[in-house]
Design a protein around this ligand. Structure first.
Ligand code: GDP
Ligand code: MG
Length: 597
């Protein structure tokens, strides 16, 4: 295809503003997919994505469109992930296209991820077409939202396209805007091959599939190629475009987007952002700005039933094949037995992986407290990365500890501002900005990531009745007074509950933890002390009185089936218990104990 007749774009939006629905309409109205094959949310493939309404992996579709000018165009849509954890993937895929549709729900207005995503698009030098969606809703206020886009983002929204992705209203205008307002890609067909590795995934039939955007040169089936960052070399087996089903092509030229397969064994062997060129007569300089994505949140995953350890290993290995940003290594804990220490891009990523392990592989898991990566500066001058509080070296050798900080942007209706400020303040936040856009406030806080990984987002949602939106980026590391707090149950330390905390917050957290555990741990035949300690020093203590409830006591002897049922229930409950010394702790206790309120 001629460069002049190609348009490459992505859709940026806050979650739920209608990105997937718009993508569906574009695919459908151009006949890219026959009506009978059309499913809702065509591009959101994974179940979990559909259920949560989030797009995790970038997906792509090539749309053929005859424009009002009578010419045939190829429109390549790259659907970028919609969540902060995947910010790096978003910024990469943005560099593979020239323009963005900025979708804003006309009944909601600009939200935190609208801002984050549109700024990524602006950084990638995109031409941006604002699209106001959901104008069918009675609550839609397109004029106000138009003004908001201009005030808050600083983008001219006078030519915004008004649509209802749901009903299809305005979709032809969107297609014309893509053709007339977004720039055609540039590139030199005669230059050495330079293509960007935009994404990769594992396909059970084809193996690893790599999504590429050709910048210069031409790539053909059978070519020998080289990945410039990893140095790996391959022969291309298959070259195709996505409509969204694969359709084989013989070559892809500048400006084009497609996929290749090349007997690559694992997704891990492909690095998003890498530059692909020919093995011989390749290009000299790779595309700029490559950086591998690194896990920032770690936690331990242990099978509730230690007999399921091998199943867990198999499942984790399988998931890792398709998710290079997820890291794992074996770990053993005195209390929990064998499991894995896993690294994630963020909390959502953690949740997604844990969910898939439980749902798709049917493994009951104990998840230890999520921890961020600390930098432990030793007196020797060495700096260690601490992924697990249990591994904190002897403090006499430690000079100081640094923790990651984030810049958090929160948009919230005025009415809830006070509560939001209090929450941020409570979490050791430092306010950096407070501005207004209509009746919404935008606050920017510098916060320790450690205070956000537990339940910040849940708290924020609940105190604002769901009206706040939140986004963050990691800004760097800073020293603070950080200590390891251990929890002892019946004088046995429970590794899984160890955590790094700020010294000033240790008593409070310790007390809260002990009180909670007291409620969560069932009573035993003996008295159980529950303690929080720093070093050898106990900072909080509760005692669980001895007494064992007989679960059948309230059945008054008579009803035998009911008695049986209760006993069975108790037995099933036991399966989810872990033994700590002489004490049994239910799995739910770990999860609940790790939430703060
Ligand atoms: P995404 O998270 O941005 O991909 O949003 P979705 O496309 O999944 O849409 C979120 C919700 O908004 C879904 O329930 C859609 O049916 C609904 N929705 C999308 N577009 C419209 C629209 O134009 N009008 C109305 N009323 N609802 C819409
Ligand atoms: Mg979606």
């Amino acid at each position: 295809t001629e460069l002049a007749n190609i348009r490459n774009f992505s859709i940026v939006a806050h979650i739920d503003h209608g990105k997937s629905t718009l993508a569906d309409r574009l695919i459908q109205s151009t006949g890219t997919v026959a009506d009978r094959d059309m499913k809702e949310q065509m591009l959101d493939a994974m179940d979990i994505e559909r259920e949560r309404g989030i797009t995790i992996k970038a997906n792509t579709v090539r749309i053929d469109y005859r424009a009002n000018d009578g010419q045939d165009y190829v429109l390549n849509l790259i659907d970028t992930p919609g969540h902060v954890d995947f910010a790096y993937e978003v910024s990469r895929s943005m560099r593979a296209v020239e323009g963005s549709l900025l979708v804003v729900d006309a009944s909601q207005g600009v939200e935190a991820q609208t801002l984050a995503n549109v700024y990524t698009a602006i950084e990638a030098d995109h031409e941006i077409v604002p699209v106001l969606n959901k104008i069918d809703l009675p609550a839609a206020e397109p004029e106000q939202v138009r003004a908001q886009i201009e005030d808050v983002i600083g983008l001219d929204a006078s030519d915004a396209v008004l649509i209802s992705a749901k009903s299809g209203l305005g979709i032809p205008d969107v297609l014309e805007a893509i053709v007339t307002r977004l720039p055609a890609p540039q590139g030199d067909r005669n230059a050495p091959l330079k293509a960007m590795l935009v994404d990769s995934w594992y396909d059970p039939y084809l193996g690893v599939v790599v999504l590429i955007r050709v910048m210069d040169g031409v790539i053909r089936k059978g070519d020998n190629i080289k990945m410039m960052q990893t140095g790996a070399k391959y022969g291309i087996d298959k070259l195709a475009v996505l409509k969204p089903a694969m359709v084989d092509v013989a070559e892809l030229g500048p400006g084009e987007i497609g996929v290749l397969t090349a007997s690559i064994k694992q997704v891990r062997d492909t690095k998003v952002g890498d530059t692909i060129t020919h093995e011989k007569k390749g290009c000299e300089t790779p595309l700029p700005g490559f950086k591998p994505s690194v896990p920032v949140v770690f936690c331990g995953l242990f099978p509730v039933d230690s007999a399921e350890f091998e199943d867990l290993r198999t499942a984790i290995e399988k998931l890792a094949l398709n998710d290079a940003s997820f890291s794992y290594e074996m770990e053993s804990s005195a209390a929990l037995g064998f499991g894995f220490r896993c690294g994630f891009l963020g909390l959502l990523h953690l949740e997604v992986i844990r969910d898939r392990l439980e749902r798709e592989y049917g493994i009951d898991l104990i998840t230890t407290a999520p921890s961020v990566v600390y930098h432990v500066h030793m007196r020797s001058g060495e700096v260690q990365e601490l992924h697990n509080p249990a591994d904190l070296p002897d403090l006499t050798h430690v000079d100081h500890i640094e923790e990651p900080r984030i810049k958090a942007t929160i948009l919230v209706p005025d009415d809830y501002l006070g509560d939001v400020l209090k929450l941020c303040q409570d979490r050791r936040g430092i306010q950096q900005e407070l501005t207004y856009a209509g009746s919404r406030a935008m606050v920017v806080y510098d916060l320790p990531l450690n205070e956000v990984v537990f339940d910040f987002y849940d708290r924020l949602k609940s105190i604002t009745k769901g009206y706040a939106s939140f986004d963050y980026e990691i800004t760097g590391y800073r020293q603070d007074n950080l200590v390891k707090m251990q929890i002892l149950v019946n004088d046995e330390p429970v590794d899984a509950l160890s955590m790094m905390v700020h010294r000033d917050r240790a008593e409070g957290r310790g007390r809260a933890m002990c009180e909670k555990l007291k409620d969560l741990i069932p009573r035993h035949m003996f008295k159980i002390p529950i303690q929080a300690a720093i070093g050898g020093k106990v900072i909080a203590r509760e005692t669980l009185a001895a007494l064992r409830k007989d679960v059948t006591a309230k059945c008054y002897g008579g009803d035998v089936t009911r008695k049986k049922k209760l006993l069975e229930k108790q037995k099933a409950g036991k399966k989810k218990m872990r033994q700590f010394g002489k004490v049994e702790i239910p799995q739910q206790a770990f999860i609940s104990a790790l939430k703060m309120d």
